[in-house]
Design a protein around this ligand. Structure first.
Ligand code: FRU
Length: 485
């Protein structure tokens, strides 16, 4: 093993950070630049990495290419927050620099090893290496500067159950032992592999935690496994059209390393949600953050020198009926300004203008509707409406289908598609929508967090209207609370 060239690494980091900070103004000038979501100062960002609350401070690392607004050799960008709302950018934590990660520092996680912030990530070794995706460590005492472990890689080859796609380690501690899950696959079937360690440095392979039914693709990216209530949740990112971020609820046995699935769904049913990672904070909440974009999407912000954002942080919990609930963290209330409230509005099909002068591109809206009599109706809220009626984004409920939708087919630039999420509302139940609107994103949480949809949209700057709608008959809005953010 060569000696780690720490000075060279620092130099690479400083150079990369200087470059990205120099482009911050240009990115900020984009009318679609988000206002309250976490983004890199400029250039490319994808997966959240290394989420942890360490010595009281929340840390968010992320896949970052500091030299262009497109994906390239992966670095780990770094930001910290005291409240999960305001993020402070810190110098880049990891840059590709050594024989074990020269082609990139891919996704991974963070743990607190008795006061040492320890990152576990996938190093991409240069072409021609025996194994290219290998698992590495980097440590920090101050949570600011990181030294790569000189015994890297700590897992230098996939086990027999895995393939050369062998990445995105998510580590945690349980009853004095370290565990890590790693995304892989075997003969076209995706799987999640488990290792155990006493010291984070020497790892023993335990076995296959779970594998797909074999119908799609080759790897489950960014696995995450954690206890929630009296169950375990396994999350994976398969990156196929209809299954971006799957969660499975079930049981997990630490001795056999096997996960037994009881139910499943999507952590978010939007087009722009991927590679979610969770962590437990000091109050015991399970918080999850996802990359609010997706591979292959059009990203018009690249023209301004940036691409990629994180969703708002969300809390996961299990509802009494066993369903997964995903809700925005209450800390976001600190963003609220200028509250407005509307009560008891009867909406007729074909009419508009129910909310008067309400306008905005950064809003929080909490709405409650009675279900309409007409079974064929679609009803809800429209945002980012242009005055000529050409642009709008709809948050709707389709009664007959029992489906929550976000329609962005008329949302503006590069607009396409309707996101759908099954949401059955029993008789007498109302539709509750909790919406976060930022300059180029929409996130909606419905009924106790039972359905979530996140999408990027790129409307015209003047498309700011908000309205209510119903496709046929009438519907009653019980209450709408709105805040500017
Ligand atoms: C998921 C992913 C990971 C990989 C990283 C590379 O979006 O493909 O599997 O570690 O992105 O940036």
């Amino acid at each position: 093993m060569d000696k780690i060239r720490e000075e060279d690494h620092n130099q690479l980091i400083n150079q990369a950070y200087e470059n990205v900070m120099g482009l911050q103004q240009q990115a900020a000038a984009d009318p679609h630049r988000l206002q309250f979501h976490m983004m890199a100062p400029a250039n490319w960002m994808n997966d959240p990495n290394g989420l942890i609350q360490f010595k009281g401070e929340y840390h968010l690392f992320y896949q970052h290419h500091p030299y262009s607004a497109k994906w390239g050799p992966m670095h780990w960008g770094h930001a910290v927050s005291r409240d999960l709302v305001c993020w402070e950018h810190l110098p880049i934590a990891l840059a590709p620099s050594e024989s074990f990660d020269l082609d990139g520092c891919f996704s991974g996680s963070a743990v607190d090893d008795e006061g040492t912030l320890t990152l576990m990530y996938t190093g991409i070794a240069p072409e021609g290496s025996l194994h290219r995706q290998i698992q590495c460590l980097a440590m920090s005492e101050d949570g600011r500067t990181f030294s790569k472990f000189d015994g890297n890689p700590v897992i230098g080859a996939p086990p027999v159950d895995g393939s050369e796609d062998f990445r995105d380690p998510k580590a945690w501690k349980h009853e004095g032992q370290w565990y890590v899950v790693i995304g892989s696959g075997k003969e076209g079937i995706r799987n999640v592999l488990l290792y155990r360690s006493a010291d984070l440095r020497e790892w023993q392979y335990v076995g296959v935690v779970a594998e797909s039914d074999g119908t799609q693709g080759a790897i489950w990216e960014c696995p995450d496994l954690f206890a929630l209530g009296d169950k375990y949740v396994l999350v994976v990112s398969p990156n196929v059209e209809k299954a971006k971020n799957i969660y499975m609820i079930g049981d997990f046995d630490y001795t056999t390393g096997k996960f037994v699935q009881e139910s499943m769904g999507e952590l978010d049913y939007g087009f722009d949600y991927y590679a979610a990672q969770s962590f437990e904070d000091d109050t015991g909440r399970r918080i999850v953050i996802g990359w609010m974009d997706i591979w292959g999407a059009n990203m018009p912000t690249q023209a301004y020198g940036w691409a990629g954002a994180m969703t708002v942080p969300r809390v996961l919990s299990l509802l009494p009926d066993g369903a997964l609930s995903v809700l925005p963290v209450p800390e976001l209330h600190s963003l609220r300004k200028e509250p407005t409230c509307f009560n008891n509005i009867v909406v007729d099909s074909g009419s508009s203008g129910y909310l008067g002068e309400l306008r905005g591109d950064c809003l929080e809206l909490i709405a409650e509707f009675e279900l309409p009599e007409s079974r064929n109706a679609e009803f809800g809220l429209k945002v980012r409406c242009s005055s000529d009626g050409r642009e709008e984004t709809r948050f709707g409920y389709r009664v007959a289908e029992g489906e929550l939708i976000v329609d962005r087919s008329r949302s503006g630039l590069d607009a396409s598609g309707i996101s759908r999420c099954g949401l059955s509302l029993p008789d007498g139940e109302t539709l509750k929508l909790h919406i976060y609107l930022d300059r180029s994103s929409v996130e909606v949480f419905s009924n106790e967090g039972r359905g979530v949809i996140s999408n990027r949209i790129y409307p015209g700057q003047d498309s700011l209207g908000v309205d209510l709608y119903v496709s046929e008959g009438r519907v009653r809005l019980i209450k709408l609370e709105v805040w500017k953010l």
